[in-house]
Design a protein around this ligand. Structure first.
Ligand SMILES: [Zn+2]
Length: 206
C-alpha cells in the first residue's frame, strides 16, 4: 500500500471516476470511497482548485474539469477499447490521457480550420496511427495568472495540416503559441499526465 495524503487521494479518485464515467465524482462519493470526512474532502477540493488541477463553476461550484477531463462536451473525444468515451479539455490533454491511464485509446477530434476528422490511435503508451498523417497541434502557453479551462484550453487544438494551421493563425488577432507535430504534442501530454496515476512507474488504481 502506497501512502498518499488526502489531497493526492481525492485527485486520484476524481481522475479514475472521470475516466470510467466521463463525469466528476460527487463530494458524497469521495467521502464514501476514501473514508474521509466531508470537511477533509472539501479541503482537498479547494486545494486542487487553487493549484489549478480542477476547475469549478464560480456560481454553482460544480466541478467542470479535472485536467485532462472535461465534464461538458468538447471537440476532443478519447474513446477507449471497450467503446466508452470521455471528453478532454484540449488536444494535449486528449493525447496525454491514454498514457495517464495506461490504456489503449483513440483520440477523435476535428481540424479547427476545415472540420476534417482527426484520428490518433495510442497503443501500449505509444502513437500507433495518425490520420491525416500531417496533422498538427497549435499549443498556447498560459500566463501564470490564467485559468487554463477558460483561457488556455480553448486555444490548444488540432489541425489537419500545417497549411490549415497557418491559415487559421493568420486570421487571429493574437495567437501567441507554437506549432507542434503530433509526436511532439503526444510527448508533451505524456510528460504532463503520464506519471499522475503511477507509483514507482506502475499504474496505481487505488
Ligand atoms: Zn483542415
Amino acid at each position: 500500500m502506497v501512502l498518499m495524503d488526502n489531497y493526492a487521494r481525492v485527485y486520484h479518485q476524481m481522475l479514475l471516476s472521470f475516466a470510467r464515467t466521463g463525469q466528476p465524482t460527487t463530494t458524497e462519493s469521495l467521502v464514501n470511497a476514501l473514508a474521509l470526512s466531508r470537511e477533509k474532502v472539501e479541503q482537498s477540493l479547494n486545494l486542487l482548485e487553487s493549484g489549478g488541477s480542477i476547475y469549478r463553476d464560480p456560481e454553482t461550484r460544480a466541478i467542470l474539469a479535472a485536467y485532462p477531463f472535461s465534464a461538458t462536451p468538447t471537440q476532443h473525444v478519447v474513446r477507449f477499447a471497450d467503446g466508452h468515451f470521455v471528453y478532454a479539455m484540449c488536444a494535449i490533454d486528449a493525447l496525454g490521457m491514454p498514457v495517464m491511464l495506461d490504456a489503449d485509446a483513440r483520440v477523435e477530434s476535428r481540424c479547427t480550420r476545415c472540420d476534417k476528422e482527426i484520428r490518433i490511435t495510442v497503443k501500449r503508451n505509444a502513437l500507433e496511427e495518425v490520420s491525416p498523417p500531417g496533422a498538427r497541434v497549435w499549443y498556447m502557453q498560459a500566463d501564470a495568472c490564467c485559468v487554463a479551462a477558460l483561457e488556455q484550453c480553448p486555444s490548444i487544438n488540432f489541425f489537419c495540416s500545417t497549411e490549415h494551421l497557418e491559415e487559421w493563425r493568420a486570421e487571429q488577432d493574437s495567437a501567441q503559441g507554437m506549432l507542434k507535430t503530433i509526436e511532439g504534442a503526444f510527448a508533451h501530454g505524456a510528460r504532463i499526465f503520464g506519471k499522475l496515476l503511477k507509483q514507482d512507474g506502475k499504474f496505481h488504481a487505488l
